[in-house]
Design a protein around this ligand. Structure first.
Ligand SMILES: *[C@@H]1O[C@H](CO)[C@@H](O)[C@H](O)[C@H]1NC(C)=O
Ligand SMILES: *[C@@H]1O[C@H](CO)[C@@H](O)[C@H](O)[C@H]1NC(C)=O
Ligand SMILES: *[C@@H]1O[C@H](CO)[C@@H](O)[C@H](O)[C@H]1NC(C)=O
Ligand SMILES: *[C@@H]1O[C@H](CO)[C@@H](O)[C@H](O)[C@H]1NC(C)=O
Ligand SMILES: *[C@@H]1O[C@H](CO)[C@@H](O)[C@H](O)[C@H]1NC(C)=O
Ligand SMILES: *[C@@H]1O[C@H](CO)[C@@H](O)[C@H](O)[C@H]1NC(C)=O
Length: 565
């Protein structure tokens, strides 16, 4: 819900007008709401007209707003310290300006430690990575972003490995051997340490990389409807703000405190904001950084031991009988692919055919919140749940909100994207809700399944803003689980995308995942569904929208938690 703008002059008469307008709006809200409720009573979100509010202008004089504190983020100082520790990423001890001193995907190598002729299922192998620069000299500090996996293309099998940074130019990976047969190691250099430094610099700076548009509409002179498009962006302290001064129409969401601002339209007033759309991307790199940050050097396999690893069967078993539920920690590896099926080590996951999907979702209301990656789940369920049909909500196909129903088994599936900032094509601003506000309006209970994801559209803004978002969502989840403990709440992690430019990089997404995972670690009842490992080790080319075979496995995981055995 948006609250529009405040008049910049605090003239008494305008204030009075505002109060009158506010009362009128309140009255309209109540009437509209109760009318909608009586008429339909179905769980589509109620539209709440914006309510003007006065702004106190104390911020502009003091400088305190330029530094974001734990309090601004809505967490304790201790938690912020813990998060910063978890997010800490080493890097060069001095500014590197020569490409030949950065880590090279050609000269860096990996090797298997003390290779054996054969192994048994369930054993580990250890891999050492040695980073070298373009002059072939070993690196002496850490911070390179590597991805490691073990795979067998014929068996369509793979498993993810976590890379440990020794901060001296070497890295190690422990890889589990979960299947019987052959296996091969693959290590990719996603970004050099020097490029990660650049990513970090711009993520935490006030320089705007992502622009957005606000589409204003309303009656102009002679009552002819006019339209104006202006630029909008996030207002987040001093650092994340795109405009510093009190220049703009400001929209503050009362419940989350999130502030959005738009340039003032020439003819229309601030309350005439109707649509939102993504704007241009702006590359902030200077010439030196551009030279170092060449995407030609990103996400490339590095050379190393290509020898085949032979894995013999073992009676110890390679699965788990643990029931899928909340309260499980995400192991590494979380699971592995075998013949295109993800077998989890966290709990006993299974595959669902159409009939079983329909049975599992019988009498369920599923709320899929977030972005296009949860829309992929919606589209998958829509395709496979027998008899399910999409209702025509007269919304854009990709922007939503969307809803599908199956009347015989009483299944309802909702999808909607999260609120701004969001890089979607033009859609109604009233249809963009913050996840936490949406969760606040869900009654919950044994029939409700709430799934959310938030990562891909937040990589353009400071991480402190993401912490703030997650803190608000967490409050809402805790309240939901308190009023309706039987609600299934699932957090879908961000996936790897193979995106490797200054705008979107898997390094950004990985850091956001760390925040989400840490902040929900102790929340009883919330399930963290890790899709990062599932996308990082798959044979398909990484994509922000994972391929169909991955989505199928993700949805099987979801359903394994909804209908555990
Ligand atoms: C405000 O903060 C910025 C950055 O921290 C600093 O450079 C500037 O001098 C401060 N201004 C005042 C008036 O304190
Ligand atoms: C690195 O490259 C620059 C020019 O690209 C060159 O001037 C410099 O000598 C090189 N440094 C080393 C150590 O090779
Ligand atoms: C394999 O490595 C993991 C993580 O380092 C460890 O927990 C596990 O005990 C190891 N398994 C074997 C069989 O050594
Ligand atoms: C780097 O650190 C690791 C772990 O402390 C150590 O085993 C290794 O020998 C070190 N390598 C170099 C080249 O210093
Ligand atoms: C899992 O272990 C069983 C034996 O316990 C073996 O037959 C099976 O092949 C293993 N699965 C995979 C994918 O290797
Ligand atoms: C799904 O699996 C069940 C149990 O194995 C089977 O009875 C049913 O026929 C399958 N349905 C479809 C559509 O394959």
């Amino acid at each position: 819900m948006f609250i529009p703008p405040t008049p910049d002059s605090s003239v008494h008469r305008r204030t009075q007008l505002c109060i009158c307008f506010l009362l009128l709006c309140l009255w309209t809200t109540i009437c509209l709401t109760s009318w909608k409720f009586l008429k339909s009573g179905h769980p589509r979100q109620q539209f709440q007209p914006p309510v003007p509010r006065r702004e106190t202008k104390k911020q502009s004089k003091t400088n305190s707003s330029s530094v974001i504190t734990a309090l601004d983020m809505g967490i304790s100082d201790e938690e912020w310290e813990r998060l910063q520790k978890a997010l800490n990423w080493p890097g060069p001890d001095q500014l590197i300006t020569q490409l030949n001193l950065t880590t090279s995907p050609v000269h860096s190598t990996f090797s298997v430690v003390e290779p054996k002729n054969s192994y048994k299922v369930g054993e580990n192998i250890s891999v050492i990575i040695t980073a070298r620069d373009h002059n072939k000299s070993p690196k002496t500090y850490g911070g390179d972003f590597f991805k490691a996996k073990l795979f067998n293309s014929e068996l369509k099998a793979s498993v993810y490995g976590e890379v440990v940074d020794h901060r001296n130019g070497t890295y190690s990976v422990v890889l589990l051997l979960p299947w019987e047969g052959q296996a091969e190691v693959s290590v990719r250099l996603e970004h050099s340490s020097e490029v990660v430094q650049i990513l970090k610099k711009y993520r935490d700076s006030s320089i705007t990389r992502s622009h957005y548009n606000g589409h204003f509409e309303g009656p102009g002179p002679n009552k002819i409807r006019i339209r104006e498009v202006v630029e909008c962006n996030l207002k987040w302290g001093g650092e994340g703000s795109w405009r510093k001064r009190n220049c703009c129409c400001e929209y503050k969401d009362i419940k989350t405190g999130t502030q959005w601002q738009c340039e003032r339209p020439n003819k229309l007033s601030c309350d005439k904001l109707v649509h939102h759309s993504m704007g241009r991307l702006e590359n902030p790199l200077n010439p030196v950084e551009r030279q170092i940050f060449t995407t030609k050097l990103a996400n490339l396999a590095i050379p190393g031991d290509k020898q085949v690893i032979n894995v013999l069967p073992d009676t110890a078993g390679n699965g788990t009988t643990e029931r899928c539920r909340s309260g499980l920690t995400t192991p590494v590896p979380e699971g592995f692919y075998f013949k295109d099926v993800w077998k989890s080590f966290a709990c006993n996951t299974r595959q669902f055919n159409s009939t079983q999907m329909g049975n599992c979702l019988k009498n369920k209301i599923v709320y899929l919140l977030g972005d296009s990656t949860t829309r992929q789940w919606f589209e998958y369920l829509e395709k496979y749940v027998p008899g399910i049909k999409r209702m025509d909500l007269h919304t854009p196909r990709t922007g939503g909100p969307l809803m599908a129903v199956e009347l015989k088994n009483n299944i309802i599936i909702h999808w909607r994207p999260h609120g701004v900032p969001l890089r979607f094509t033009k859609m109604l601003i009233t249809d963009l809700h913050y996840i936490s506000n949406d969760i606040d309006e869900i009654a919950g209970g044994p029939h409700a399944v709430v799934v959310f994801t938030i990562f891909a559209h937040l990589v353009f803004h400071p991480i402190t803003f993401y912490v703030h978002k997650v803190a608000k969502i967490r409050e809402s989840v805790v309240a939901l689980l308190s009023r309706a403990p039987e609600t299934t709440v699932i957090i879908k992690s961000g996936n790897t995308a193979g995106l490797k430019d200054i705008f979107q990089s898997d390094w950004y997404a990985m850091q956001l995942n760390t925040v989400m995972q840490k902040m929900f670690k102790d929340i009883d009842g919330a399930i963290y569904l890790d899709v990062w490992q599932m996308t990082s080790c798959h044979y398909l080319l990484e994509d922000v929208h994972p391929g169909a075979v991955i989505i199928a496995n993700e949805v099987d995981m979801l359903l394994s938690y909804v209908c555990p055995t």
